[in-house]
Write a protein that binds this ligand. Structure first.
Ligand code: SER
Length: 322
């Protein structure tokens, strides 16, 4: 689909789990997209994708890049995820909290029209009703969750105070054929990736662990659709989005049913299990559905069918690279 307006878009954290899939979709829609990250251009990026080195903890670097590119929209993905954030809380604070503040300041100073932010189920703490609605007390237990709550609140402030059109989705755990990095929901993609790569995977959680999950193409579509929605249709800035909420055992069963030779076992890691137990098991996304027509396409088994060929290709790539 070619949009009526071709937007100039900057994606931060573009080398992470979400970035390249999102960029592919935005470019497919005809937008001019620039990728940025602290890391060099990843091998999987299109060779003609403009790529910029950007450390979001450095306001001068943001200022220079926004001055150079003059993006109309920013998708701000740069962050340390929950598990890595617990091993380096100070770095997580710098990248996630100060980094988001720096990006918002950049939006204000350079007149960036729209900022899309990736929030998370990790903004929630224990003891909430299920499914969790959008508006509840946000009392996360991880540094990652705390910085994402702060990002949501800062974004709403910059919207009210400076007119930055800030919009966010709260992502469930995302599953795709990309090596995940530092998330507590990583056991889910790793069941597919390690299952196919080595024939077995020992998950770091209990089999009865249940958190909201989503197949990456649904997550990417959610971000792109929220970005394109007329502002007057939005009753809030931050939306829960949901797809399915399987137990870890159900994900393992879905993999092992499709690949009977794969064995998935469980050896819970107390630190990561505590994080998983602090998250809700299901999200209420009725406001996203009502306001901007959100609806997921994939359930667990549909995801498994779509994902396995993609993971096979990834495993071949990893084997060739090593
Ligand atoms: N996938 C993220 C994590 O595990 C949750 O947003 O940290």
């Amino acid at each position: 689909m070619i949009p009526t307006h071709r937007m100039k878009i900057l994606v931060t954290g573009a080398g992470g789990q979400v970035g390249l899939d999102l960029i592919r979709r935005l470019r497919g829609q005809g937008h001019e997209v620039h990728g940025s990250d602290v890391i060099e251009r990843p091998a999987g990026a299109d060779s003609d994708l403009p790529w910029h080195r950007l450390d979001v903890t450095d306001p001068a670097m943001i200022d220079a890049l926004l001055g150079e590119i003059k993006p109309e929209w920013i998708f701000h993905l740069a962050a340390l995820l929950s598990a890595r954030g617990e091993t380096r809380p100070q770095l997580a604070y710098a990248v996630n909290q100060t980094g988001t503040f720096n990006i918002l300041e950049g939006c204000r100073a350079h007149g960036v029209e729209r900022l899309l932010f990736t929030s998370t189920i990790a903004v929630f703490g224990p003891g909430l009703p299920s499914p969790v609605p959008d508006e509840v007390p946000l009392l996360p237990t991880t540094m990652y969750g705390i910085t994402k709550v702060s990002g949501e609140l800062l974004g709403a402030y910059y919207h009210r105070r400076y007119g930055v059109d800030f919009r966010a989705v709260r992502f469930p755990g995302l599953i795709s054929a990309t090596l995940p990095g530092g998330g507590t929901s990583d056991y889910a993609p790793l069941m597919y990736i390690e299952g196919l790569r080595s024939g077995s995977y020992e998950a770091f959680c209990r089999p009865d662990t249940r958190i909201p999950m989503m197949y990456m193409p649904d997550g990417i579509r959610a971000l792109a659709e929220l970005a394109a929605c007329p502002r007057e249709q939005l009753s809030r800035s931050v939306y829960n989005i949901a797809a399915f909420s399987p137990t870890a055992q159900e994900i393992a069963d879905s993999v092992m049913q499709a690949l009977p030779e794969v064995s998935i076992t469980f050896a819970p890691d107390p630190a990561r299990q505590a994080i998983l137990d602090s998250w809700p098991d299901a999200l209420d996304d009725s406001l996203a559905r009502a306001d901007w027509g959100w609806s997921p396409e994939y359930d667990l088994d549909q995801m498994t069918a779509a994902l396995l060929p993609e993971v096979k290709a990834l495993v071949r790539e990893i084997a060739t690279a090593t």
